[in-house]
Design a protein around this ligand. Sequence first.
Ligand code: SF4
Ligand code: SF4
Length: 126
Amino acid sequence: MNLRPHHALCIQKFTGHGYDRAFTDHMTKLCETLRNQPETPVRIISGCDELCAFCPNRENGSCSTLEKVDSMDIAVRSAAGLSPGGTLPWRELAGLARTNIFETDQFEKICSDCQWFALCRSTPLN
Ligand code: SF4
Ligand code: SF4
């Protein structure tokens, strides 16, 4: 599965809210897959990924808020020590995000400009 780095955070905070029905249905299935199969290999990519595929903000193969999401991806990669193009099991990626971001002040630094931040901050990790 291809994921852009900041989606390692969003997946762990997902509670069924999203941009539209198609997006949330797809994300619900994706989160269930990763929860049930934590050894799923995840490749760290730049640009649109498995979650973006069903997002209404995806336009011509790119995110309409590209600058914002790119800067989050760079910050997550740096904080969690992820290599672009590298592959690791979901269990390991989720753990790196937890240890280096959710359990530190990086969570607020990276996510505070996101429209979902208030919800994510009050949501326990999945
Ligand atoms: S605040 Fe936004 S970017 Fe951060 S985990 Fe939540 S949905 Fe993802
Ligand atoms: S297209 Fe943009 S807003 Fe939609 S899931 Fe991808 S990064 Fe997030």
